[in-house]
Design a protein around this ligand. Structure first.
Ligand code: FAD
Ligand code: NAI
Length: 524
């Protein structure tokens, strides 16, 4: 009984501390310290993009050392791992968007932000041409931004391989507006299928949701879609629910090729239980407004063509290089053999270019195009730039002291001592190791509150799949990268900082809301 009493008291206390910390966290978020403007004679560091690579760089960069300018058509950071959950309303889209102005306002020194698209990087003149592509236009919509140092973190666009009809008829899943479009279209298909006297074959077509691409994006979306139907639509519109069907089409022999065989088998059997049909060795060749045409490789090696009617088509076949990057590559002879993006060296310097670095999906550094890689590359560049600034400051001071040696011969020992100390620091700072990616593992949600994970563990991999992995998936994403100022009252600052970001609270509330009241099925 006494133990119970203490346990109760402890949880009550943690609750009060938790709520207090959230309130204090919010207060710090809204009342940042005053910022100063960096010395205009410092170098101008231009950062393109506000995705995983660029934002990770910004979060760790000491902005007092440079005149930092950020350019991106998106004035927010998007937490892509939870984007598939937005397509069904399990999470509301604003919960996974972090305003870039908020991030920048919390930096020590002010940073300029322009909501614009970089249309050309003029490598010879060291300028970036930018264009305001938003709906509201001012009198100036295009201009140039000069740089001393440039970081390119513009990500990639959707690959369509030039397949006819893909751009016109399918939905992608890369940006917030894509998730919103899918959410609207799912409900449109459902409501149209439920229309009075609807034709029977038309009901089947409308309720057939086809996903092309069996990578993690396609698999996670298919899982979310099935959950949405089973947990909500089925209860609200039971008369059409038996006709609902999800098909996942993949050109390779298996889905999730980056996962271990055991997890691929687990995913395929879970999909079977969830009634998600997987069509492997099936390559889509053409898309029309109502059908998908694909070539199937049969078990005997022969090929046949099939036509699949669909209501919603989601295209998730990976990444392609953006035109801005293609154009930059064409200006640099050393990039002529690179196909998948800007080839970079081990310090992420764009090969054959001076003063340009690249991070994330637009860079080819020998790693998969993932958020994990982009974030680690951004962190690495922040360390590199912070060190470069410190090096410059130390070298200036050493030069100053060295010239003083001749002017003040009386203080030779003192000055030499200081120089030696500074040189030691300099050697330490200059000794920055090349970028080395540390793989933490792969995680993917596969529906029915199950996930698969290949986690890097003691020089090996641990493969796990199921409901416990799903709980791990949720807590991992909840405690990941969103930032905020947090309470400095606690010694466990870092822990609390990870726990209490605004977006984490919003995501957790969304999950609770969807569980208690179901997903919102109103069509916007
Ligand atoms: P992005 O995050 O795509 O950011 C690019 C930025 O550049 C954006 O701000 C964009 O607006 C801006 N930009 C674009 N064009 C221009 C231009 N011309 N000028 C200036 N700015 C420009 N990876 C994982 O590791 N784990 C996951 O669970 C995971 N889940 C994912 C789920 C989905 C649905 C998707 C689509 C991807 C997922 N990924 C995941 C992959 C991950 O999101 C990418 O690898 C990551 O976003 C790459 O980061 P980035 O900074 O290179 O590009
Ligand atoms: P992907 O490149 O991983 O997979 C695309 C799939 O589409 C491939 O398997 C390919 O064979 C298939 N495909 C291509 N053309 C086709 C066609 N015409 N017909 C049928 N199938 C075709 O792309 P995805 O899933 O968008 O992922 C992109 C990157 O983001 C990857 O690096 C991935 O690891 C990462 N990511 C990671 C996630 C996670 O860790 N949970 C979630 C989502 C993405």
């Amino acid at each position: 009984r006494t133990t119970f009493k203490w346990l109760w008291r402890a949880s009550y206390l943690s609750f009060i501390v938790g709520v207090g910390a959230i309130i204090y966290d919010g207060y710090l978020d809204r009342n940042p310290d005053d910022q100063f403007t960096p010395d205009p004679t410092k170098k101008t560091l231009v950062i393109l993009g506000t995705g995983w690579g660029s934002v990770s760089l910004l979060k760790k960069l000491d902005t007092a050392n440079y005149n930092v300018v950020v350019i991106s058509p998106r004035n927010y950071f998007l937490f892509t791992p939870l984007l598939p959950s937005c397509t069904t309303g399990n999470i509301e889209h604003r919960s996974i968007m972090e305003p870039v102005r908020q991030i920048l306002r919390h930096k020590k020194a002010a940073v300029k932000f322009y909501e614009a698209e970089a249309t050309k990087i003029d490598y010879e003149r060291k300028v970036v041409k930018i264009s305001d592509n938003s709906d509201i236009k001012g009198t100036i919509n295009e201009t140039e931004v000069p740089y001393d140092m440039l970081v390119v973190g513009v990500g990639a666009e959707n690959a369509t391989f030039g397949i006819p009809g893909v751009r016109e008829h399918s939905c992608f899943l890369k940006e917030i507006r894509d998730a919103q479009a899918i959410r609207t279209k799912i409900m449109d298909c459902v409501e149209t299928a439920a229309f009075k006297d609807q034709d029977s074959s038309e009901i089947d077509r409308l309720l057939h949701m086809v996903v092309v691409g069996g990578g993690p994006t396609g698999v996670e979306f298919a899982g979310e879609l099935r959950d949405f139907f089973d947990e909500d639509i089925k209860k609200l519109i039971p008369e059409i629910s038996p006709r609902f069907k999800v098909t996942l089409i993949e050109a390779l022999p298996t889905v999730l090729p980056m996962f271990s065989k055991q997890l691929i088998d687990y995913t395929e059997s879970t999909f079977k239980e969830e009634h998600i049909e997987i069509k492997t060795k099936t390559m889509v060749k053409k898309v029309t407004d109502k059908t998908v045409e694909a070539v199937v490789t049969n078990p005997d090696g022969s090929k046949s063509t099939i036509t699949i009617p669909y209501g919603l088509l989601v295209w998730a076949t990976g990444n392609a290089v953006r035109p801005l990057i293609k154009d930059l590559m064409s200006q640099i002879p050393a990039q002529k053999d690179s196909r998948r993006g800007l080839a970079v060296n081990e310090y992420l310097v764009v090969q054959g270019a001076r003063d340009i670095w690249a991070v994330g999906d637009c860079a080819v550094a020998g790693y998969a195009p993932t958020a994990q890689v982009a974030a680690q590359e951004g962190n690495f560049l922040a360390r590199l730039f912070n060190n470069m600034a410190k090096t410059e400051a130390l070298e200036t001071r050493i030069n100053e002291l060295s010239s003083n040696l001749n002017l003040k011969p009386g203080n030779v020992t003192e000055i030499t001592g200081e120089i030696e100390g500074l040189e030691k620091q300099l050697r330490h700072i200059k000794d920055i190791k090349p970028f080395n990616y540390s793989h933490q593992g792969s995680l993917a949600y596969i529906g029915s509150e199950k996930a698969v994970a290949d986690i890097a563990w003691l020089n090996g991999n641990v493969a796990s799949g199921g409901k416990l992995t799903y709980l791990f998936w949720r807590s991992a994403y909840l405690s990941m990268c969103f930032s905020s100022k947090s309470t400095r009252l606690f010694i466990t600052y870092d822990y609390i900082n990870k726990l209490l970001a605004r977006n984490r609270v919003l995501v957790a509330l969304d999950w609770v809301k969807a569980k208690l009241y179901g997903r919102d099925v109103s069509r916007e």
